[in-house]
Design a protein around this ligand. Sequence first.
Ligand code: FES
Ligand code: FES
Length: 179
Amino acid sequence: MDASSPLKSSPPENLRDRCQTLDLVLQVNGRSRRVVADPRVTLLDALRENLGLTGSKKGCDHGQCGACTVHVDGRRVLSCLTFAAAAEGKHITTIEGLAPQEGDLHPMQQAFMDHDAFQCGYCTPGQIMSAVACVTEGHAETDADIREYMSGNLCRCAAYPNIVDAIKQAKPLMRERDA
Ligand code: FES
Ligand code: FES
């Protein structure tokens, strides 16, 4: 094949651009948000870097710490292990969208404050998102249950006992609110 073969020439600029970017609409905290990014972008990076929602934290970026936990269609997911493209068309909730309205706190956020369930706070958004799911998924019946289902969320400040207390406080309030 000679050098002038169309198969050997570079693809047109606009085709290269289309292959290298993904144009998505994500439903985040009740709003449609457009994301134009690399096709391999994770949900965590799309939220933080493209949409400026920095509440979800990047602890390990390998699915080991839980700091990046968000809800997708009401279930907790590790956003560092989820492609943004896989979340298109689903309802994504981050810590920024957890409270029913601006200025209010979700019962779980209030309970974390009441029980000093954090020190540095880095793990806290992920802890709270997991804690809410722990209650809604029905895994908060006993202390042992809570510890088991929160075990994917690490806290270097070791606020674990206070986190269990916070979940126990929030559980009946969440059930009352959702009844
Ligand atoms: S940043 Fe996702 S699990 Fe650690
Ligand atoms: S409060 Fe510091 S890592 Fe959990």
